[in-house]
Design a protein around this ligand. Sequence first.
Ligand code: XMP
Length: 318
Amino acid sequence: GWTMASFVETELAALKEKVGDDEVVCALSGGVDSTVVAVMLHKAIGKKLHCIFVDNGLLRLGEGEEVAAYLREHFDLNLHYINASKLFLDRLAGVTDPEQKRKIIGTSFIEVFEVEAAKLPKVKYLAQGTLYPDVIESVSFKGPSAVIKSHHNVGGLPDVMKLELIEPLRELFKDEVRKVAVELGMPDFIIWRHPFPGPGLAIRIIGEVTEERLEILRRTDKIVQSELLASGWYRKVWQGFAVLLPLKTVGVMGDGRTYENVAAIRVVDSLDAMTADWSRLPSEILASMSGRIINEVKGVNRVVFDISSKPPSTIEWE
Ligand code: XMP
């Protein structure tokens, strides 16, 4: 029968055969899909793989660094870490429309990626972590965010790249990718990492994205993540995160009145993100998230929990 072990074995041999003496570039996002693609290719072709990690300044606290550190520690691969935060944040200044944000982030990503890929003249292939649901439901994607992915979905790579696609996961669902990751001996913190959208925290800050708001959201989100992990709920849910609503409400702290932002907690159960339901988190977990956020994060004085299902709501707020 079909097993993960045989899938991996067959796929590694096929990749090796296909690539031959050529080189491959992949975009590493920090998520499980692109990391599995990178590890598979590294196992198949070693140093002929180049991974480009574009830090767009919209990542969560510690994200990226953690995955990069793991890859550097365990694999001798060509990892190109590009800090492009300033470019992204400058271009996002003053932008409030969600689709506009996605567009800016998507095109900027391609631009940065192309500049880096152009420095690797022997590269013939582009590897990406496209999954089966992306293949069949590409139209459901909200925009150019998984970038090359959605770009590909809407009709091919930018001409200048002239790279052939390699998509080793295109027949798999998310749970199968996780099984492949287990098979590859990858650590839990990567295998169980929740999906994270390409446009990152930009679509979890309603309205304009600023450094200050990013900082507030990172600290809020970190608490949501750590409470999910500490309670064992992280693995039970599909996705859990915080959203910053730059909407001021009144609070009271000690003797004083506060007038600060609202943070929303969004935690959902899902199988493939096409439909989702809000997770019935125990109230003690919600209480400790809320208590910690309001006490520890300056700039938030009220926390709400999102009890909407998809459809008709979406998982992300933008
Ligand atoms: P929605 O909000 O459409 O999200 O219910 C479904 C899943 O897709 C993720 N998502 C995105 N991923 N680029 C991405 O790479 C995007 O623009 C994007 N929008 C949503 C979302 O996190 C959820 O897992």
